[in-house]
Ligand binder design. Structure first.
Ligand SMILES: [Zn+2]
Length: 259
């Protein structure tokens, strides 16, 4: 049985609609409806390691799409008994603001990212093309600092980044989007699949850099789940909290135990 506990932390939320966030939803001929969209990061830990998948961002400083703050990342970590300086690894699913906004808190961590993600965003930064994008120079500064300090690990293929934790570059939503698989029992889709509907129907999200790649990523998720029996966790679906228990203790209101 596994040593790693996987905890989802909801730091923000908003309500959206299927037609607003699912690509070409009208073409399915189905009624519209609300979707509870959670903004999460994830803690993977055992007796000797504390790792994060993504970091959240400061909603109070700027809500990009009407996100409502639930708890600042630093406060959530305190409730979980985690000192950011003790986090050994931060896997970045991709470099969008809501995933790497607080990367700078984790000054000692190895930062894992897709090489395609790095190339895409640093290329945009160098060409002064970040205006109106889903990441700012400030966000990328934290990546660059990790690189300067020798803490950046760029991956281009399936890679075990810590025992039992494997990342798979899939792209689609963003060029270097990573899936994270924990001990072949949890597939952390992050933004390769925001919502359960996308996994069940292989429906793309409205925001992508490569639509074909996004469709292939959804097919890959389902194939991996079928082969391993792993449970898929969509990255932004409020219903994850209905399907898994709250973490006991002071973080119960924001933390959900996935396994
Ligand atoms: Zn996201």
């Amino acid at each position: 049985m596994s040593g790693l506990e996987v905890v989802q932390v909801r730091y923000g939320e908003r309500v959206t609609t299927k037609s607003a966030v699912l690509h070409d939803y009208a073409s399915y001929g189905l009624p519209d409806g609300d979707l509870r969209m959670d903004y999460n990061f994830w803690v993977l830990r055992d007796g000797s390691r504390t790792m994060l998948l993504d970091t959240g961002y400061d909603i109070g400083a700027r809500d990009w799409l009407g996100e409502q703050p639930v708890i600042p990342t630093a406060d959530a970590l305190a409730l979980l008994g985690i000192d950011p300086l003790d986090v050994s690894t931060v896997i970045t699913s991709h470099f969008h603001y809501d995933h790497i906004g607080h990367l700078g808190l984790f000054r000692n961590a190895e930062v894992v990212a897709g090489v395609a993600e790095y190339d895409y965003w640093f290329g945009k930064w160098h060409r002064a093309e970040l205006d109106g994008e889903f990441a700012t120079a400030g966000h990328l500064e934290a990546v660059r600092l990790a690189e300067r300090e020798g803490r950046l690990k760029l991956v281009s293929e399936e890679t075990e980044v810590s025992p039992g934790v494997t990342v798979h570059p899939v792209g689609g939503h963003s060029p270097g989007e990573l899936l994270t698989v924990v001990e072949e029992r949890l597939i952390m889709a992050a933004d390769a699949a925001h919502f359960y509907e996308q996994i069940e129907n292989e429906w793309p999200f409205f925001a992508f850099t490569d639509l074909g790649e996004m469709r292939r990523a959804l097919t890959f998720i389902n194939r991996l789940a079928a082969e391993t029996g792993a449970t898929v966790i969509p990255g932004h679906d409020g219903r994850v909290r209905d399907r898994f228990p709250a973490l006991a203790g002071p973080a119960a209101g924001v933390a959900t135990v996935l396994g």
